[in-house]
Design a protein around this ligand. Structure first.
Ligand SMILES: [Zn+2]
Length: 383
């Protein structure tokens, strides 16, 4: 499902645009016959819609829910308010109080033909607007909105850890004798990597460029080793603080104890490694979520600035039980296909002609691939 940007159509225009899509989805939900590989006759297939959240503002607009910066409706799944982002309870799933999706649907239908004052009151107090998606069978505004792992973890949490927690807060600032940032850069530049993981962010120290998601993914896998090397001297000097020092640190903007930060980053790396597995058992989902929850709570306790994504990822356990491992829902495949489409030459043409050009080129690539595959198969049979 392709969603428009947050500042494109109004809510009414959005619902108008969604109506033909909803009609098609209703037909697909009832069942449509498709040709199935390995079957002689067409088989009936039923479809179900879920919304893949890789763009928070747009997804909230399409589902009719309040934005992620809302005070009381930051999270559509539970009742955690946005101001609790500074407290560890915001990242502890045992404290979450779930919301009832049916209430969103009830109030959404109630405001559909209401006057503007009622619409505003319901939006303010119940956190929902009308969305044409509510016509779909089985559609739940919050539970059908899947937080996409790639954008949430690699472009959200890992990027924030590097840019804000490590660099902006000065944890990699050097002294006269020790330069942690230089050591970190030297470690990454001297790293011999396997062929399939050959890219890392261009430079941590300058923050220039826009690292791609697979670069962040590769970086978090080795960051704890690089930090151990960069902070080795400082960690040896930085022993556990006394009570007086702890009180002084707690009154500061952020706890800058390197030992504590290193322990949290180690736990966070383990959580990302477990949860980003291609196949995962329910026990490992539970272990990964517990490590992630513990790491995010520790950051909150240490006074780090955290964003709503640090809360949303704590819903991964339930999400993975319902939708499967992150490989089932993450956007790597879409992004790769977008990259292929972006490389197609269209001589700067825009508009309707462009769609036909892209489609023609796409089929050309597909047919060429099939041709090469058949020729390879044919030649192997001849051998
Ligand atoms: Zn929540």
């Amino acid at each position: 499902m392709v969603m428009p940007g947050p500042d494109e159509p109004s809510l009414e225009e959005m619902n108008y645009l969604l109506e033909p899509f909803v009609e098609s989805m209703l037909r697909l939900e009832k069942g449509v016959e498709f040709t199935v590989h390995g079957h002689d006759d067409p088989e009936v297939s039923h479809s179900h819609l879920y919304c893949n959240i890789s763009d928070l503002p747009s997804s909230r607009k399409v589902t009719g829910l309040q934005g992620h910066s809302s005070k009381f409706f930051m999270c559509p799944t539970c009742k955690t308010p946005s101001f609790s982002l500074a407290h560890p309870s915001c990242f502890d799933p045992s404290n979450f109080k779930d919301r009832d999706d049916w209430r969103y649907i009830k109030y959404s239908f109630r405001l559909r033909n209401a006057d503007s004052a009622t619409v505003d009151a319901i939006h303010e107090n119940r956190g929902v607007h009308w969305s044409a998606l509510n016509y779909l069978l089985g559609w739940m505004p919050a539970r059908s909105s899947v937080v996409e792992f790639m954008h949430a973890v690699f472009l959200g949490l890992v990027k924030h850890l590097n840019r804000i927690i490590l660099i902006k807060s000065g944890l990699l600032n050097g002294t006269r004798l020790v330069k942690p940032m230089d050591r970190l850069e030297a470690f990454f530049s001297g790293l011999v990597r396997p062929v399939e993981a050959n890219r890392l962010p261009p430079s941590l120290s300058t923050g220039k460029g826009s690292p791609k998601v697979d670069q962040w993914r590769n970086q978090i896998a080795v960051l704890f080793v690089a930090l151990y090397d960069a902070w080795a001297h400082l960690l040896a000097c930085n022993t556990h603080p006394s009570d007086a020092e702890t009180n002084r640190v707690n009154s500061a903007k952020m706890d800058c104890n390197l030992r504590q930060h290193y322990a949290v980053i180690l736990e966070f790396s383990a959580a990302v490694c477990i949860l980003s597995s291609q196949s995962i058992s329910p026990d490992n989902v539970c272990r990964g979520r517990a490590a992630l929850s513990h790491a995010t709570q520790s950051w909150a306790r240490m006074g780090c600035h955290l964003t709503p994504y640090f809360h949303f990822v704590n819903h991964f356990e339930q999400q993975m039980y319902e939708f499967g491992p992150c490989y089932a829902t993450w956007a790597f495949a879409f992004e790769r296909h977008n990259g292929k489409l972006a490389k197609i030459n269209h001589n700067q043409h825009k508009g309707g002609e462009l769609k036909a050009t892209l489609m023609r080129q796409w089929w050309s690539i597909t047919f060429n691939y099939e041709l090469v595959r058949c020729l390879t198969l044919f030649s192997s049979l001849l051998d």
